[in-house]
Design a protein around this ligand. Structure first.
Ligand SMILES: Cc1cc2nc3c(=O)[nH]c(=O)nc-3n(C[C@H](O)[C@H](O)[C@H](O)COP(=O)(O)OP(=O)(O)OC[C@H]3O[C@@H](n4cnc5c(N)ncnc54)[C@H](O)[C@@H]3O)c2cc1C
Length: 458
């Protein structure tokens, strides 16, 4: 990079430009997944939309590899790079709520904790990520699973509009009636088409909820998960639940049926009662709680930044008895107490959106299986990665072809990315990519190459 190009970028830049010599550089370059250790040449921490335009044009004119960073939680590590430019949106945290119209406009640097606190001040919420430090941006663009999804749909199903900066540094708005093709693509197609500088969402009245988990010994997991599977599939949309294989504080593997039931607490108590009555739980931690301050922050302590994450995942059409036996058996050999396997129940409002209505694929899936291997910084990765691959291979015969795009790891290859977007949608996504980003300027993402025969340089 020449000094004069840098001076051009600095001119009128409202945010902060962070270079390797800067004392804040090391903190600024880190992302959530401690396995990702990259050194960008420059981090442009944008203060406003014009900064995003300037940084985009600068990256394009200087021919730099460009990464776009929202909350920095993507485990694949696409929000940073070696030697290039990071367009960092994490300081852009404006939020404007219309309580009467039940809508919100939110900047791309917000985390779910910040978003939920602001909307819940008005008794409102929309589906959002379950850890408060995750960014709204990457999560929304991939689809977005959360505790409210069976009642109100995915996060992207609540999107009303998105403002983007395209690869040539121009503004474009995507709504159902304006650039409708782009609006289709940003609801599940990730950051492939531009940098979103504003998200507008629909909100819903959400008061206290009944949540959060019932713990069972792993030895009893097969019958508990079978019961949960059958019960959850018949339950009203108010109930969103997950079978979570985790470790108790003493390090022994356990099963948690984690749940959130919205609506009146009386009705929720009735809905959840059979789940609480089944078997002999080790602990029942289900109680009424606030959605933002309690439920949406309850799991934060288990997910501090800096741990190493290695993920594999699949959507599932069915959760058969042999599949359940296999997960339980594999989890009994888990290599790290921080690791979790989650079987998230979908359907409800998620499944009622037509398969072609948004770029998000997997409307027909009933469950999402996530193998989320996590271990402390400094520990050798080999045995954790081996275990993750083994269980993933063991579960393949039970899994659907698809996968939730935000759970795809960084080393899974192009075939897996295509599986995430779905074979029938991929051509449509490629056509959209050719229209909005023909040079694949935005390539650090679960990439849709404008020419699928050319693998992107990363
Ligand atoms: C602890 C943890 C909990 C999670 N919980 C959930 C959950 O409850 N539900 C769920 O669905 N997923 C969950 N996820 C997965 C999550 O959806 C993805 O990690 C998501 O990418 C995070 O978004 P981010 O903005 O924080 O990430 P980043 O790493 O900043 O971005 C991820 C991708 O999005 C792109 N991007 C970011 N911002 C923009 C933008 N404004 N415009 C264009 N592209 C952009 C980036 O370039 C990158 O490719 C979780 C992940 C973690 C690590």
């Amino acid at each position: 990079m020449t000094a004069s190009a840098m001076t051009d970028l600095q001119q009128d830049f409202r945010g902060t430009l962070i270079l390797p010599a800067d004392p804040h550089y090391d903190a600024a370059r880190r992302v959530f997944n401690g396995m990702i250790d990259r050194r960008p040449a420059i981090i442009a921490r944008c203060g406003n939309v014009d900064d995003v335009k300037r940084a985009t044009r600068y990256g394009r004119d200087a021919g730099l590899l460009v990464a776009v960073r929202g909350g920095g939680h993507g485990v694949a590590g696409h929000s940073t790079c070696d030697g290039g430019l990071v367009i960092d949106l994490s300081s852009m945290k404006g939020i404007r709520i219309d309580p009467a119209g039940r809508t919100v406009r939110a900047d791309p640097g917000l985390t779910w904790g910040e978003f939920d606190a602001a909307t819940q001040a008005h008794g409102l919420a929309t589906t959002g990520g379950e850890i408060s430090s995750t960014g709204i941006a990457g999560l929304t663009l991939g689809g977005g699973l959360g505790w409210l999804m069976r009642k109100y749909g995915l996060v992207c199903d609540n999107l009303i509009s998105a403002d983007l900066i395209t690869a040539d540094g121009e503004s474009v708005r995507a709504t159902a009636s304006e650039n409708a093709d782009l609006f289709w693509g940003v609801r599940g197609g990730g950051g492939n088409f531009g940098i979103v500088t504003s998200f507008e969402y629909r909100l819903h009245a959400v008061g206290p909820v009944l949540a959060v988990m019932i713990l069972h010994p792993l030895a009893r997991a097969p019958e508990v998960v079978r019961f949960w599977r059958d019960y959850a599939r018949e339950a009203p949309d108010e109930l969103t639940s997950t079978a979570a294989f985790v470790s108790s504080p003493d390090g022994s593997p356990v099963l948690a049926i984690a749940l959130c039931c919205v609506g009146s607490i009386d009705a929720a108590e009735r809905t959840v009662r059979p789940l609480r009555a089944f078997g002999s739980p080790l602990a029942d931690m289900v109680r009424p709680m606030s959605y933002d301050r309690e439920l949406q922050t309850m799991l934060d302590a288990g997910f501090p930044a800096g741990r190493h994450h290695y993920w594999k995942s699949s959507l599932m059409r069915e959760l058969s008895d042999p599949a359940i036996e296999m997960v339980v058996d594999q989890f009994s050999r888990v290599t790290s107490p921080q690791t979790a396997i989650l079987i998230e129940h979908l359907e409800g409002a998620v499944g009622r959106v037509g398969p072609e209505e948004t770029a998000f694929d997997g409307r027909g899936a009933h469950f999402s299986l996530g193998i989320f291997s996590v271990w402390p910084h400094g520990e050798a990765p080999d045995r954790h990665i081996r275990w993750t691959r083994e269980i993933f291979a063991a579960m393949r015969p039970f899994a659907a072809e698809g996968v939730y795009v935000n759970y795809v790891g960084g080393d899974e290859g192009d075939e897996r990315v295509r599986a995430a977007y779905g074979r029938t949608k991929y051509d449509r996504l490629v056509a959209l990519k050719r229209k909005y980003d023909p040079t694949n300027f935005f390539r650090l993402n679960q990439n849709i190459a404008p020419d699928p025969s050319v693998r992107p340089l990363q």
